[in-house]
Ligand binder design. Structure first.
Ligand code: RP5
Length: 162
C-alpha cells in the first residue's frame, strides 16, 4: 500500500505526542510515514520534503512542533497539500506558544490547527482520515462505526453512574 499521509515532527521529543496521530491512522489502516523534520535545524531538508511531498503521492501532511513552532507553517508555504498542525505541549509555556505559532497563519497559506498535545494529535490523525473519506465510502463507513462506538461508550459510562 502506498504511503498517503506524512507525519512529521520537529524533534524526537515530539514523538510521545505525535504517536497518537499515528495511532489514529493505524486504526483506519491508513498507510503513513513518520519523520523528524526540523524547521530551524534542517531547513533545507524541510523545504525539499515539502516540495517533493505531492510528487511522492502524499495527500495530507500532519506536522507537530513545540515552542516557536514554525514547522507546519513553513511546510505549508512550500506545498499546496493540506497541512494539519499539532501544537506540542512545551515545558516553558505549556503549549500556548506552540498553539499561537501554528494557528495564527496569515491569510493565503492555511494550516488546520488542532488542540494542544495528545488530543490534538489524536484529532489530527482522525481529521486526515475524514479528509480521505471524502472520496472513499468504505472509510466513511468505518468513521461512522467509530462514532457509534464513542456514543455507546458514553451511554454505558452514564449508566454506571446510577
Ligand atoms: C521544536 O523544539 C520541536 O518541535 C520540539 O517540540 C522543541 C524542542 O525540541 P528538542 O530540544 O526537544 O529537540 O523544534
Amino acid at each position: 500500500m502506498s504511503v498517503i499521509v506524512s507525519v512529521v515532527m520537529g524533534s524526537t521529543s515530539d514523538w510521545t505526542t505525535m504517536k497518537h496521530a499515528c495511532d489514529s491512522l493505524e486504526e483506519f489502516n491508513i498507510s503513513y510515514e513518520k519523520k523528524v523534520v526540523s524547521a530551524h535545524r534542517t531547513p533545507d531538508y524541510m523545504f525539499k520534503f515539502a516540495e517533493q511531498a505531492r510528487g511522492r503521492g502524499i495527500k495530507i501532511i500532519i506536522a507537530g512542533a513545540g515552542g516557536a513552532a514554525h514547522l507546519p507553517g513553513m511546510i505549508a508555504a512550500k506545498t499546496t497539500l493540506p497541512v494539519i498542525g499539532v501544537p506540542v505541549q512545551s515545558q516553558a509555556l505549556n503549549g500556548l506558544d506552540s498553539l499561537l505559532s501554528i494557528v495564527q497563519m496569515p491569510g493565503g497559506v492555511p494550516v488546520a490547527t488542532t488542540a494542544i498535545g495528545k488530543a490534538g494529535a489524536v484529532n489530527a490523525g482522525l481529521l486526515a482520515v475524514q479528509m480521505l473519506s471524502m472520496y472513499d465510502v468504505e472509510l466513511a463507513g468505518k468513521l461512522d462505526a467509530k462514532r457509534k462506538f464513542l456514543e455507546e461508550s458514553v451511554m454505558e459510562s452514564s449508566d454506571e453512574l446510577e
